[in-house]
Structures are given as C-alpha cells and as structure tokens.
Write a protein that binds this ligand. Structure first.
Ligand code: AHR
Length: 504
C-alpha cells in the first residue's frame, strides 16, 4: 500500500480561487456547434435553435467562461460571415478541419447561447489570415454602443446593446506549422502587440491573451514565449498555454501522471514571462490563460472529403480519463495565483464534457464529474498542500507523487475541500492530512471515482481524529472530501468523526 502524509494550514494560501479557472471551449469543429449546442428542429431546441437539453447539462456542470469560435478554425475565419440575415450568410471552406462551414451559427447566436448558459464569452480573433483592421472591426461591431457603421450594423442585426466582450484571444496556436497563417514568434509578437494597441484605443477595458505554445513538446516551447513577450509584454494581460494528454503505447502510469507535465508547463511559462518582465523592468505581472486542456483518445484528423458535419474527435471517455482530468484540475488550482483563466476543450461532442445524438439525447461524459465537483466545491482560497507522498517511477515524467492533491478553504462558508487522486493503478493508498489553523471542522462529504463504478460513490472509512484526516484511496481513483465548520450537517457518506476538537 502507498501512503501520503499531507498538511494543510488555513494561512498557507496560494490566493483566491480564480472564477475563470472553470472555463470551456466551443469551436466550429466536428459536431461541437452544429447538432451540439445548436440544432434547430431538435425536440428540446428553443426559438433560436439552441438545444435545451445541452443548455441544462451545461448549467449543471457549470463552466464560467466559454471560448469561441476556435481553435484552429478561427485562423481562417471571417467573422462577418456569421452575422446578419442567416439566409444571406455564405457557405465557406473551413481549411482547418476540411469542412464546409454553413455560417448558420455566428457571433449573435453564440452571445445568446452564452447568456442562456450563464457563461462569460471569450472571443478568439483571426490573426492567421487577418490582422489589426479586422480585429478592430470585430471589436467595434461587438462592443461599441452605436453611431458608427459597424456598431449600427450590430443594432440593425437586432442587437441594440453592445455584447460587452471583455476577454479576447489574439489568435490561436500560431506557433504550430498546422495553423493557417502560422508565423514565427517575432512575426506573431509584432502583430499581437500592434493588434492589442489598436484594440485598446477602441475599448480600454478589454483583456488580451497572447498566444503561447500549442504544447510543451513544441521545439520552440519557451523560446516562442520569450520572443512573443519581448514584443508584446506591455500590450497584453495573459499568455496562453494549451495541453492535451493521451495514453501512449499502453503506458498507463505516465498517462495517470499527465498533470506533472501541466505543472512543469505552467511553471516554465510563468518563469519565462517573469524573466521578460525583469528585463523590461515592468511593474506589470502577466498571468496565464490555459485556454485549451483535456485528455484525448482519438487522432483528430480532418476528413478527406469536404463535409458539412464531419465526425471529428467524438471521444468517448472512461473513468480512468476522468481521474486524469481531476488531476489536471488540481494542477490548475495549485497555480491559481498565476493561472487565472482555463478552458477545458471542448464542451460538446469534440473531446466534450457533453455528448449528443443528432435529434436524440444529450448526456454528460465521465470527465464532467470531476469538473463539476471542483467547480462547485473549490471556493474561497486555494491552499498550499504541504507534506509528502510516496513516489513511483513513470516512463515519460520520471518519479512522480503517487498521491496528487489540491485543496481550498472558504472562510465565509467555513468549508474545506480536498481533491485527491491515487495515481497507482494497482494498490490503494493510505492518506493522512494534518489540518492546522482551521476552526472546528467535521467531515461532511467524501466521494470517490474509480473504474469500479461509473459515478462518484461514497468513500467509506474517512475519519478525523486529533486534527488528522484519514482516508483510504482506492487504486486509480479521484476523490473529493469536504469538511465543514461544526454545525454544517454531514451527509452520511460513511464519514465519521470521533474528535471534533480544534485542529491546531
Ligand atoms: O481543440 C481542438 C484543437 O486543438 C483546436 O482547434 C486547436 O487550437 C488545438 O490544436
């Protein structure tokens, strides 16, 4: 049996839980938009063709911010194609996904969907085939109140009030040779800086994300960020990071430890941004927008034929994938002082939290379970997790902690949330967590997800004695333990406390 002895102290905090850490992503790719969130004629669709069953699941899972419209798609996209009378919108070739784009869904439809889903929109700009002027045109159309050609065009299109979009991505993955309009770091850095400068003259309140690397394995990783930020540091607010993890060559231990790469990637991006800051003697600290992350099963190759609704990456996830997703959320939380935006990619069908059948049902995938739990229970301040876990060897990441954890403390609610994974697929792990500085706590809920069951189940045998929380973690599992200040009712999930004394 593996073991981990961790420690939490109320005063040892990373910082407030960033609300935008629980974002997702809707791209015009495969069936994410069409027959995903949008399907006129579906039995649950509203008057705008937005699927009510999907909206219901999305509200339940609870993403706070949703990035749109790509992804690779955006790097060849003309935003004007997606606004105005639907019958006049052009059909175009989408070079990113070798698909035919009908443009029946565009900015106005997305804004309506975002309002109904209760999410903040985050728009990505085409800096692949387009530039400063088109970015400014879109911003003027979206955010300027009226009295100009573009803002009045929005009003003529039925949207009187500005969309008021705050978050803008300056392009997508322009470091990648696969990207339409791929650039060198210097070319992109200059373009990002000039686009940002011009956009801020139209709307000083925008928050701008510069493209970082597409993944930590890119040959240019690090150097791309350095050069881009040398050019654009003063003009942008965030630098992006993307990462997708898959099980390669049957190597389960490395797959389960994927969050080690996320930790290292975030720390490398932060270090690079801070180095540029130091050289520039800037007072501004950049933050990270981890605006694409997930686990992946299929290849994602676009179809050979030009198709309207190609099936691309309709991945079906398992509980094992959900455990990895849980640990990726730990990594984001642990770095919540510097990662302030994160978007799980994608929301529906394509690598989706949610799957749909055209004309048929919608359902949440197992990876939605940890997302929903962390989104709901991670409130207040992120805590530093001290102590140590047993370690084990992996092929891709070297020695890793067997038990991986993140925790939050909410002073107002008086609740402590501990998220914890056992990354050993063979043996259980004995967990001990020393709690200090908290008011009197009682365990309230303890649930676990492991390949023995498809849902979160009660985790039996959790105790709290003399300020030490103890639990047995099943092999290959992700668990959530919530403790409340004395008086918060327990839910009878097999949790026992013999000592509700002060933990200090
Ligand atoms: O999410 C799928 C694709 O992955 C996105 O379009 C792209 O940005 C990334 O490479």
């Amino acid at each position: 049996m593996a073991s981990a002895r961790l420690a939490l102290h109320r005063e040892f905090t990373v910082g407030p839980v960033p609300p935008r850490l629980f974002g997702s992503f809707v791209e015009h790719m495969g069936r994410c938009v069409y027959t995903g969130i949008f399907e006129p004629g579906h039995p649950t669709a509203d008057e705008d063709g937005l699927r009510g069953d999907v909206l219901g699941l999305v509200r339940d899972i609870g993403p706070t911010v949703v990035r749109y419209p790509g992804g690779n798609f955006v790097s060849g996209y003309r935003w004007e194609d997606g606004v105005g009378p639907v019958e006049q919108r052009p059909r175009r070739l989408d070079r990113a996904w070798h698909s035919v784009e009908s443009n029946r869904f565009g900015l106005g439809e997305f804004a309506r969907w975002a309002e109904r889903a209760g999410v903040e929109p985050m728009l990505a700009l085409n800096l692949g085939t387009r530039g400063v002027q088109e970015a400014c045109d879109l911003l003027e159309y979206a955010n300027h109140p009226g009295g100009t050609e573009l803002s009045d065009l929005r009003r003529a299109h039925g949207r009187e009030e500005p969309f008021g979009v705050r978050l803008w991505c300056l392009g997508n993955e322009l470091d990648g040779p696969w990207q339409v309009g791929h650039k060198t770091a210097y070319e992109y850095g200059r373009l990002a800086a000039e686009t940002a400068r011009a956009m801020r003259k139209i709307d000083a309140s925008v928050e701008l994300v510069a493209c970082g690397s597409s993944n930590s394995g890119m040959a240019t990783f690090g150097e791309w960020e350095r050069i881009v930020l040398e050019e654009a540091y003063d003009q942008v607010d965030h630098i992006s990071a993307h990462a997708y993890y898959r099980q390669r060559d049957g190597d389960l231990p490395s797959y389960l430890a994927s969050a080690v790469d996320t930790d290292r990637m975030i720390e490398a991006v932060v270090a690079t941004a801070d180095a540029v800051r130091a050289r520039k003697r800037s007072r501004k600290q950049l933050t990270v927008s981890f605006d694409e992350w997930n686990v992946v099963k299929s290849s994602g190759s676009p179809p050979r034929q030009w198709e309207d609704l190609p099936h691309i990456q309709g991945d079906e996830y398992t509980v094992t994938d959900a455990v990895v997703v849980g640990t990726l959320l730990h990594s984001l939380l642990r770095h919540g002082d510097r990662v302030v935006i994160a978007c799980q990619a994608q929301l529906v069908n394509v690598l989706g939290l949610v799957r749909t059948e055209p004309g048929g049902p919608a359902w949440a995938q197992p990876i939605a379970l940890p997302f929903r739990e962390v989104r709901r229970l991670a409130t207040g301040e992120v805590l530093r997790v001290g102590g140590r876990s047993d370690r084990h060897a992996t092929e891709r990441h070297g020695e890793v902690d067997t038990v991986d954890a993140a925790a939050t403390w909410d002073d107002d609610a008086g609740t402590l949330a501990l998220f914890v994974a056992n990354r050993d697929a063979e043996t259980p792990a004995a967990l001990e967590v020393a709690l200090a500085g908290f008011p009197v706590l009682q365990p309230a809920t303890a649930r676990t997800l492991h390949p023995g069951g498809e849902q979160l189940q009660a985790l039996p045998g959790v105790t709290l004695d003399d300020g030490v929380l103890r639990a047995g973690l099943p092999p290959l599992s992700w668990s959530v333990l919530q403790l409340g200040a004395a008086g918060v009712p327990t839910n009878g999930n097999g949790v026992g406390s013999r000592d509700p004394g002060h933990q200090d």
